[in-house]
Ligand binder design. Structure first.
Ligand SMILES: Cc1cc2nc3c(=O)[nH]c(=O)nc-3n(C[C@H](O)[C@H](O)[C@H](O)COP(=O)(O)OP(=O)(O)OC[C@H]3O[C@@H](n4cnc5c(N)ncnc54)[C@H](O)[C@@H]3O)c2cc1C
Ligand code: FES
Length: 389
């Protein structure tokens, strides 16, 4: 059965007709087409099975197997395509489709794309199956990415931490190279449940590492995390695919402000250690939000950063949002945003900020940072959204 196609302009008109001011309308998720530009190449024949992707800014193009996802295909070829979550929530892979046809996996009208971007022909590359030759408008990242790969491994460490968090360590059958702040998709051997979790170790130099660690929050009803938390899973075989993500990419030597909510501390540990080692003249402040004092975890790993870099370069600020009044807790209380003020004693005008945690927390922190004069290009964020595929 052929997939119906619409000219994108007609489809937008459909949406506009029923639009409610200020609210995005849902759009059909079937294949849509953009009228080919005058210099658009004729789609490669079905026999070839490949489509060519041309970048309108003159960067070198690449081929994609028809039906493959635009982003994954680019990453597998070592192309520095902007991305983070790969599940359609962060908006980092937004790309203007100049010409050609794609099938969206999700309804872009419900994605981070704004009405204006939808009208300008933007798509999410991570959610776009390529159906024809494409011309796209996207700025590739000026940083060489590590090629993702699939590696089997075995659980070699399993520890239940406060706050219903599991410290999971996996021994890999071959070394993996990753960068600070990146993540991998994990799947138990034989299972279709694949979920994204961030590395908490700092990257190792050279050929990579054959052991990786994750901090995984047990979510009620969560298929992977509930299974993982149920008992010690040492010895279980797990497949890892990665690395992915570009949250930690910032090659400028300067002060760092890291803000984590819950297991968002995993990539922050990796980024903080990496930056302390790479930029020995600059301090790192870590604001770590959890609910109560009994939910605080990974404090030993945070303290270890002080041993690595010296206590004068590392400041750790735990913040509790739901600690009972009158408890023995002497530290900060409230949301992490409450800590972000002039008294934090950081230079908002020059620092790099790294933010990670649940979506509402990340969005609130990003907003707060902007009001404190942290420019958008110095804010790097990862939202821990459900990552099921
Ligand atoms: C880039 C990235 C990095 C991440 N890194 C980490 C990390 O380091 N540590 C970490 O703990 N998390 C991390 N996450 C988040 C993690 O991947 C997700 O929370 C993941 O979905 C957990 O998998 P799960 O199988 O345990 O839960 P899922 O089965 O995916 O369910 C997630 C939550 O949604 C609920 N849910 C599921 N299906 C439905 C439904 N149909 N309707 C309503 N609710 C539903 C579940 O009850 C549960 O609370 C990351 C996410 C991303 C995108
Ligand atoms: S929305 Fe595509 S990588 Fe996040």
């Amino acid at each position: 059965m052929s997939i119906p196609t619409w000219p994108v302009r007609a489809m937008r008109t459909q949406c506009e007709q029923s639009s409610i001011p200020g609210k995005k309308e849902t759009m059909p998720t079937e294949t849509f087409a953009v009228k080919p530009a005058s210099n658009d190449s004729v789609p490669s024949g079905p026999a070839s099975g490949h489509c060519h992707v041309t970048l309108s800014n003159g960067s070198e193009g690449f081929d994609v197997r028809r039906g493959d996802l635009l982003l994954m295909s680019a990453l597998e070829q070592g192309i520095n395509y902007p991305h983070n979550c790969r599940v359609g929530t962060c908006g980092r892979c937004k790309t203007r489709l100049v010409s050609g046809r794609i099938s969206p996996l999700v309804d872009f009208a419900l994605s981070p794309l704004t009405n204006e971007e939808l009208n300008d022909g933007y798509i999410l590359a991570c959610q776009a199956k390529v159906r024809s030759d494409l011309v796209i408008d996207v700025d590739l990242v000026d940083h060489q990415v590590v090629l993702p790969k699939s590696i089997p491994g075995t659980v070699c460490g399993w520890k239940l931490l406060p706050g219903d968090v599991i410290d999971l360590r996996i021994k890999l059958e071959e070394p993996l190279v990753f960068e600070a702040g990146q993540y991998a998709a994990l799947a138990v051997s034989g299972s279709f449940v694949r979920r994204s979790f961030s590395f908490y170790d700092a990257p190792s130099s050279g050929a990579g590492t054959d052991e990786v660690g994750f901090l995984i929050k047990r979510l009620p009803g969560g298929r992977f995390s509930e299974w993982l938390a149920a008992e010690d899973r040492s010895g279980v075989r797990i497949w890892l695919e990665g690395p992915f993500g570009q949250m930690g990419i910032d090659d400028t030597p300067r002060e760092s402000l890291c803000i984590a909510g819950g297991t968002g501390i995993a990539p922050i540990l990796s980024i903080a250690e990496d930056r302390l080692k790479r930029y020995p003249d600059h301090p790192v402040t870590i604001v770590f939000g959890v609910r109560t004092a009994s939910d605080l975890f990974a404090l030993d790993r945070l303290e270890r950063l002080k041993n690595i870099a010296g206590p004068e370069r590392v400041r750790i600020v735990p913040v509790l949002s739901h600690e009972p009044a009158g408890s023995a807790w002497q530290g900060r209380r409230g949301l992490v945003t409450a800590v972000l003020d002039e008294e934090l004693d950081v230079d908002y005008h020059s620092l790099s900020a790294f933010v990670c945690g649940a979506l509402p927390m990340v969005e609130a922190v990003e907003k707060r940072l902007r009001t404190l004069n942290v420019s958008t290009d110095r804010i790097h964020a990862d939202k821990f959204e459900p990552s099921g595929v």
